[in-house]
Each structure stands twice: as structure tokens, then as C-alpha cells.
Unconditional design. Structure first.
Length: 211
């Protein structure tokens, strides 16, 4: 739930423009002032992003520094802000001269009566990096699982088709965990009753010590 100040004028009215600018700049990783014609009037950034020179954004059109697919988002967020609407955050990508795009989640507020809008954003690069790492880890685990599954399938086929009798026994409890068809055919108990019996129970008592 969003909570707003009840009386912002009580403690903000006497702030000068410089301090207001510092406050806005510290509210996010980046703050961009966009004029009514879409031109970037000013910018403050704490982001260290190779491939982007934020100083060169000044006097450029906002749509020229975002990716093509994000231009409709930028138009929408500016239009809603100037209409006085409560604007939900938008993820906007900025192209870099090398490497992947820079993802920023922006909130916007209209300032003054001349159509200026301030975009305040947070760098999503750490989140995107974490997501990429999780995807890589998931793919690695899935690959290992598939290799293991194939090994188990081959083992299962050999275990079932082998002409020799095989019993897999828990060494600690002596309980039979698995028996292949050949082993079941040689044991005096019903094949369905072999598994989970103790190993010594399927042999004669005289062979108990040897077992």
C-alpha cells in the first residue's frame, strides 16, 4: 500500500531549488528532467555503466536514448504524468555502445505548469544479473538431471534384462531394496514378496553365516 505525506508543504516549502535537486537526485540511481517537447533538460546519475555517457543525454530527445521497443512506454509515462495521473513504474531499457542494454525502472512526476516531467529510476542490472545466474544454474541442474536420468534408464534396462541374478541390499539393515527378474525367479518366495525382505530370509539357515 502506498503512503503519501499528509502535509508536504509544512516541511518542503522553504527548501531552495538546489536542495530539492539534491533530494530528487538521491531518491534513485538516476533522475532525468524531460521538457514538454521530450527533450532532456537535465540529468543526475549515480550509475557507473560502461557504454553510456550520461552527460551526453542532455539536450537529446528522450526517445533517442531508449531502445525502440521502449519508446511507447516512454510516451505513455510522460503523457500520464502530465495529465496528473498516478503513474505506475515502468521498466525502460537504454542501449549501450557495447554489451547488453541498461534496464532502469522509472517512476515519473510532473513538475510545474510547463509540461516538465521528472523521471526517477533505479538500476535493475543487479537484479538482471541475478536472474541470469539463476537461469544458468537452472539450465545446469536440468542438464545434470537429464544425464542422470539417462544413466538410470540404461542401468534399469541392464538390470532388468541381465541373465545373472542381482540383488541390491541395504548394507546396514540387510533389507533387499531391489531384485531383477532373474533373481526373483530363483528365490523361493513369491516375486512380489522379495523386495523389503531381509537378505538372510531368502537363503537357507545353513547359509546364514556365509551371507
Amino acid at each position: 500500500m502506498t503512503t503519501h505525506f499528509n502535509k508536504p508543504t509544512a516541511f518542503l516549502a522553504d527548501m531552495d531549488a538546489k536542495n530539492i535537486g539534491l533530494l530528487i537526485a538521491s531518491a534513485g540511481d538516476i533522475a532525468v528532467v524531460v521538457g514538454s517537447d521530450g527533450t532532456i533538460k537535465d540529468i543526475a546519475s549515480h550509475i557507473d555503466s560502461p557504454g553510456i555517457n550520461f552527460r551526453k543525454w542532455r539536450n537529446k530527445h528522450i526517445e533517442d536514448i531508449v531502445t525502440v521497443e521502449c519508446r511507447p512506454k516512454v510516451r505513455n509515462i510522460l503523457t500520464e504524468s502530465r495529465a496528473g495521473k498516478e503513474v505506475s513504474s515502468r521498466e525502460i531499457n537504454h542501449p549501450r555502445s557495447k554489451g547488453s542494454d541498461l534496464p532502469i525502472r522509472y517512476n515519473a512526476r510532473s513538475v510545474g505548469s510547463d509540461g516538465d516531467v521528472i523521471l526517477i529510476g533505479n538500476d535493475l542490472t543487479p537484479l538482471a544479473t541475478m536472474q541470469e545466474q539463476l537461469i544458468t544454474l537452472q539450465q545446469s541442474l536440468e542438464k545434470k538431471y537429464e544425464i542422470q536420468r539417462q544413466k538410470e534408464a540404461r542401468y534399469r534396462m541392464l538390470f532388468q534384462l541381465a541373465s545373472e541374478a542381482f540383488l541390491i541390499v541395504d548394507a546396514e539393515s540387510g533389507q533387499i531394496r531391489e531384485a531383477n527378474p532373474t533373481a526373483k525367479s530363483l528365490i523361493r518366495f513369491s516375486p512380489s514378496h522379495v523386495v523389503r525382505r531381509t537378505l538372510t530370509s531368502v537363503f537357507s539357515k545353513s547359509d546364514g553365516s556365509a551371507i
